[in-house]
Design a protein around this ligand. Structure first.
Ligand code: G3I
Length: 350
């Protein structure tokens, strides 16, 4: 189904269903209003200030839905895959890489002048048996190196930044997660992963991605200690990606600003990588989206992504919650307008 043409926003569909890499080419949204929102697209406001506003959790299959593809390209200037770069999705057998889903996302981004963040090099799930059955550290390290090299070489110049390690810390804090990498390589797997990643792509920015540090002071300190230790050891890390999956409780004002300042002092960037707000209270949701983005922008964060944008494809652990900025039928919610206002209100470009 094609959306009605709007003279301020021309949509050009090209090659749809003609090839396995079907893509949508959206003529750059130069017009004033984003489709259906009554206001400018988020990316247009963001681009005035050199800010990335992205959506993660993009499953390439969703692009078959024209409305999904249209809103994604219209509102965001960055995307990242949901699971497609996690180990057993992209590399399901030792001798086989499944490139097509991720290639499709990259093509879509290129056609729509978006950048792509790589997510999933090391994640807390989705590791195949052929990897986890390796118990010899040297062989495990070799498998990790060739996996990183294959993926990062293929997408060099196409993915500008990566979550190298995701969820290194235990969910509630209290030490490192004893994940598949930790079990064989010990705590040094984190430093090793960053070194392998930097060698594979010297130009991409490399992030450690972590959850719940905005709400758990002890875990926040643990992450800081971990990251400052990496920096002291000259591990090639560019920044910290805060997931920001918020469940019902607002972030205490000042916490984001303090984190930005602490990591900036280490020479690192802070980004928001997976913002969403899980609550049954729509007013609270709007307020949290607005407050988080407003404080983040004022603190100097220039890279903010949500974990999906439509409740049609939301991943939530709170039954009944609709955590994203657009509803299931792609209508903008209060959260969208709060984020839009925060972008619009930001005075100076960083
Ligand atoms: O692909 C298998 C399929 O073969 C199988 O039949 C099916 C049965 O359950 O499972 C499918 O895999 C699921 C996968 O999503 C794809 O749908 C996994 O079970 C399921 O655990 C997985 O969930 C993902 C989750 O990460 C686990 O890694 C979510 O989609 C994804 O949104 C979520 O994303 C994470 C980020 O990577 C890191 N930060 C937190 C964020 C939200 O939890």
């Amino acid at each position: 189904m094609l959306l009605p043409e709007d003279d301020r926003f021309k949509i050009q569909l090209e090659g749809w269903l003609r090839s396995r890499h079907a893509f949508i080419l959206l003529a750059a949204s130069r017009g004033k209003n984003g489709f259906g929102t009554g206001t400018t697209p988020l990316r247009k406001e963001a681009e005035k200030k050199d800010i990335l506003i992205g959506s993660g959790a993009i499953n390439p299959a969703y692009l078959n839905d024209t409305q999904f593809a249209t809103v994604l390209a219209q509102q965001f200037n960055s995307l990242s895959p949901e699971n497609e770069l996690k180990w057993n999705f992209i590399h399901p057998a030792a001798d086989h890489y499944n490139w097509e889903p991720t290639d499709r996302l990259v093509d879509f981004a290129e056609c729509n002048k978006m950048v792509v963040k790589g997510h999933g090099l090391i994640s807390s799930c989705c590791n195949p048996d052929y990897l986890v059955n390796i118990t010899d550290p040297a062989l495990f390290r070799a498998a990790m190196t060739s996996h990183f090299e294959a993926i990062m070489h293929r997408y060099a110049g196409k993915m500008d930044r990566w979550d190298v390690v995701t969820e290194a810390l235990a969910t509630q804090g209290g030490g490192l997660q004893e994940n598949d990498f930790y079990k064989v390589l010990g705590p040094n797997y984190i430093a090793e992963a960053f070194r392998i990643a930097r060698a594979a792509d010297a130009d991409a920015k490399l992030f450690i991605n972590e959850n719940m540090v905005e709400s758990l002071p002890g875990k926040r300190q643990e992450l800081y200690d971990l990251v400052s230790g990496l920096v002291a050891d000259n591990v090639p890390i560019d920044g910290v990606a805060l997931q920001m999956h918020i469940t019902e409780v607002p972030v205490v004002p000042g916490v984001i600003t303090q984190m930005v300042s602490d990591y900036y002092a280490l020479g690192l960037e802070v980004t928001i990588a997976e913002l969403d707000v899980h609550t049954l209270n729509a007013t609270l949701q709007t307020q949290i989206y607005g407050d988080v983005v407003d404080e983040a922008l004022r603190a100097g964060i220039t890279d903010i992504s949500v974990w999906g944008f439509t409740d049609k494809h939301a991943y939530t652990w709170l039954p009944g919650a609709k955590p994203l900025m657009f509803n299931e039928t792609y209508h903008a919610k209060g959260a969208f307008y709060a984020v839009h206002a925060a972008l619009e209100d930001l005075v100076s470009a960083h």
